[in-house]
Write a protein that binds this ligand. Sequence first.
Ligand code: KMH
Ligand code: ZN
Length: 280
Amino acid sequence: MTAAILTAALTGPMATKADNPNLPTSPEEIAADAEAAYAAGASIIHVHLRDAEQRPTADLDIARRTIALIQERCGALVQLSTGVGFGVPFEDRAALVELRPPMATLNVCSMTFADGEFLNPPDRVRALANRMRQLGVKPELELYDTGHLDVALALHREGLLVEPLQFSIVLGVRGGMAATADNLMHFVRRMPPGSIWQVIAIGRAHLPLTTVGLALGANARTGMEDTLMVRAGVPTSGNTELVNRMANVTRALDRELASVAETRERLGLDAASGPGTNPS
Ligand code: KMH
Ligand code: ZN
């Protein structure tokens, strides 16, 4: 099997330090955790931004500062979340790609998301996909339910996505698919050949279903966005513990961890319209 691309999702949109005091929220804390995740084998850092009150934000100054600090401290690829968090207008979320990170998420459908409403109107998703293609920002397509794959494939048919398509199969969000192997296998059967994919398993199913994905040849994502616990009832000591654990699982399955260079190559970042580092 190919080497596994490991993504560290350090912060997420919802939890705060009240849920787990080890959650990084300031640009400095996020960059410190990014450096440690990179040292532990992650080649991609998935970034959510927070303001001084820990609220999710798409503030461009906070984004610039966070990206610069991460890049000062390590060579990992930055993947900005355009999901950002509830209450942040879609236009502000979409403006983040103007900073030209090498990668960003693209959430293709609106949905109930836990107790919130996650708004991704079709015309704006299409415009964002188009803009990302123009800027050479590689989209990671977030699929929370079966129909989301069809919407993503329709964007591809419209010429808005560049191969290889990169999918995250998100399991365990309330309002999306439950975290079951059966739901995962639905996508494994249906994704087009050549797709690059990972499981994002939220909460209790995080370790087992991410491991199933790795065993099937997928990439992996871990971090405090996806679980605040290292096992039931035990809060994690932080992102480094989670990334080290997933790196160990990957190696135990006899797979290597992809370097940044290999990650760039597999995702076609250098072939996209902008360079992978996409200086803004
Ligand atoms: N929060 C995860 C369930 C995004 O940031 O745009 C999915 C995610 C998407 O990471
Ligand atoms: Zn995210």
